[in-house]
Design a protein around this ligand. Structure first.
Ligand SMILES: [Zn+2]
Ligand SMILES: [Zn+2]
Length: 337
């Protein structure tokens, strides 16, 4: 029988359509191996072509005499402009803010052919450290109210360039989807006197059925009321409201968990869902990483109602991911190699 499930964080309902359920293996097709060369003469992100991008914002390692491993540049086709000022205006029912913001590209690796899933854990950790540094610096700008860190991996996920990269967008407003989660988190804290994310993680760890990977500092799990197949959330086990609070040890552990999850997925988007930086010590919010494989397309019912139909049972997705080896990072934090 089909079942409606409510998302504990957002209170949104989804339909888990078991009648029309596909088995996870029908959807979880590995992307065909792309035989990309490690260097492409015309690619602006490849080493040697640095002059084809806007001037770089930061690089790792910082020493310019060494080759870069991770590089941050302004997006040449930025959605928002750092030159603008977030001046607000309202005329009758029309409210506007000038298009101020930051839109940056993180070049994940000098290697054109290597997607994040195939990078060494240490390189993924370097990318995460760069995310943290940019998150912290952008958050210090008083005009910035929210920083979104995300990756579009694969053409189905909206990536327009093959060279592996992530993006960071800092906006002068808190997006309404984020605001909604913050409100629900605060409401839960008022009602129950606890972080709803910590509470949910504790219950999921007891239940076990949706857990994919449990490492020393993180847990990756399928979402109980997942709107789309294989939506996976990675939570820090320690309560932290913002990504800026992550420690060096936790970054190394997250790199292992993230990379092993990505290795099992086709085209996907991932997002670091963090509270705004002013939430640093907030007790009611808890940051996490959301990994959404792009296996299905949004159609009329979803657009018309905002309600999603998920054809894969989250428990079956978790079992599938554990079986094909995403769970092999289990205990990874305890046994660093
Ligand atoms: Zn390239
Ligand atoms: Zn928490």
């Amino acid at each position: 029988m089909p079942e409606l499930r409510q998302n504990f964080f957002t209170k949104e309902w989804v339909i888990i359509a078991t009648e029309r359920a596909k088995r996870p293996e029908e959807l979880a097709t590995h992307r065909p191996a792309q035989s990309l060369p490690p260097f492409v003469e015309t690619c602006p992100f490849c080493p040697g072509n640095e002059s084809k991008t806007p001037p770089e914002i930061m690089r790792f390692p910082a020493n310019a005499s060494q080759p870069w491993a991770v590089r941050v540049i302004p997006n040449k086709f930025a959605a928002l402009s750092r030159e603008a000022q977030p001046a607000r205006s309202q005329q009758d029912v029309w409210r506007r803010i000038e298009g101020f913001g930051f839109h940056e590209v993180v070049i994940d690796s000098p290697d054109h052919s290597c997607c994040m899933a195939l990078l060494p854990d240490e390189q993924v950790a370097s990318i995460l450290r760069v995310y943290k540094e940019r998150y912290t610096l952008l958050s210090m700008d008083r005009r910035v109210n929210h920083v979104t860190i995300f990756k579009n991996d694969g053409l189905d996920a909206g990536a327009s360039l093959h060279h592996p990269h992530s993006q960071i967008v800092a906006t002068p407003v808190i997006p309404s989807q984020v605001r909604h989660r913050l409100h629900e988190a605060l409401r839960h804290y008022d009602d129950a006197g606890e972080c709803m994310f910590c509470h949910m993680v504790e219950r999921e760890l007891e239940d076990q059925t949706r857990i994919v990977i449990k490492s020393e500092h993180f847990v990756a799990m399928e979402v109980f009321a997942s709107a789309t197949p294989f939506a996976t959330h990675i939570f820090p086990l320690r309560h932290m409201a913002t990504f800026g609070d992550i420690s060096a040890t936790e970054i190394a552990d997250l790199a292992r968990v993230l990379r092993s999850l990505l290795a099992e997925n086709p085209d996907l988007n991932f997002t670091v869902r963090s509270g705004p930086s002013d939430y640093a010590s907030a007790r009611h919010f808890h940051w996490y990483v959301s990994v959404i494989p792009r296996l299905t397309r949004v159609a009329g019912f979803e657009l018309g109602s905002g309600m999603f139909i998920n054809t894969v049972l989250p428990e079956a997705a978790a079992e599938f991911l554990r079986n094909i080896g995403a769970g092999k990072a289990e205990g990874a934090g305890a046994s660093a190699s």
